[in-house]
Design a protein around this ligand. Sequence first.
Ligand SMILES: *[C@@H]1O[C@H](CO)[C@@H](O)[C@H](O)[C@H]1NC(C)=O
Ligand SMILES: *[C@@H]1O[C@H](CO)[C@@H](O)[C@H](O)[C@H]1NC(C)=O
Ligand SMILES: *[C@@H]1O[C@H](CO)[C@@H](O)[C@H](O)[C@H]1NC(C)=O
Ligand SMILES: [Zn+2]
Length: 252
Amino acid sequence: MLGLKLVLILLFCWEPLNALESDPELTSTYYQGDILNRGAKRRNGIGNEIFRWPNATVRYFIQPNVFDKAQLAHISEAMATIMNNSCITYVIAKEEELPLALNITGLNDGCNTEVLGYRKNAPNRINLQPHQIGKGCFRIGSIMHELLHSLGFEHQHVSQNRDEYVRIEWENIDKNQFTNFINEDDTTHWHNFGEAYDYNSVMHYLPMAFSKNGQPTIVALKKGNYDMGQRIKMTKSDIRKLNKMYKCHGYV
Ligand SMILES: *[C@@H]1O[C@H](CO)[C@@H](O)[C@H](O)[C@H]1NC(C)=O
Ligand SMILES: *[C@@H]1O[C@H](CO)[C@@H](O)[C@H](O)[C@H]1NC(C)=O
Ligand SMILES: *[C@@H]1O[C@H](CO)[C@@H](O)[C@H](O)[C@H]1NC(C)=O
Ligand SMILES: [Zn+2]
């Protein structure tokens, strides 16, 4: 009997785990995908400087007893990669800096970021469900994806010029997820920092993101061999945008 119960439990777990592996940013139970509170403006990079981390310095806090050693090392590696490729610095927050520090936790399902960029009156928060290394939220690109949200970047496919590069297949999208595809803002507060649309961006969605019927929701309009939705690395263009956003040396 015990054996049977074990088998049943394993079978029950199998499906959700598999689904998570495809992209837990998308299977997050949150209505708005992996940005919990994005506000009305939707563009690739937030232009307004008040949403940048002061001095390009991110004070952060990792919630204790959530991640194991390997997971902590993976978070550090993602931060080191960003630091090595830009003028961003990650510094562990002192006690008195906690109220405005980036809170990295993993108590909830999925990988998501509370808001885009820095807020001077509330802490930002990233949730990384403690998947095993290389899977789900613990693919190195997934961690960098959430870190880039917290630095001020939106998804590539909602950039201002996206209609020249991708076709959004609205009839294939789950209605509750329309919000993740809307790009209607033409103010100057968001931009691409002079960079071309990047199908391979670590901020791009999978072609099947939020599909309700197994049909694509994002179709590339330009021919090419793309890796849409990759969570392996920041592209050169991701790196340049970050450097331009934070006016790193040589990019001003
Ligand atoms: C930014 O750097 C300046 C000069 O180094 C320093 O005076 C200031 O306190 C820093 N601000 C923050 C928020 O770290
Ligand atoms: C970042 O740069 C340092 C110093 O060059 C190097 O030791 C480290 O391996 C690099 N880390 C990553 C993740 O690129
Ligand atoms: C970080 O977020 C978690 C999850 O919401 C919360 O329990 C914790 O108190 C927060 N930590 C800080 C320092 O704000
Ligand atoms: Zn995202």
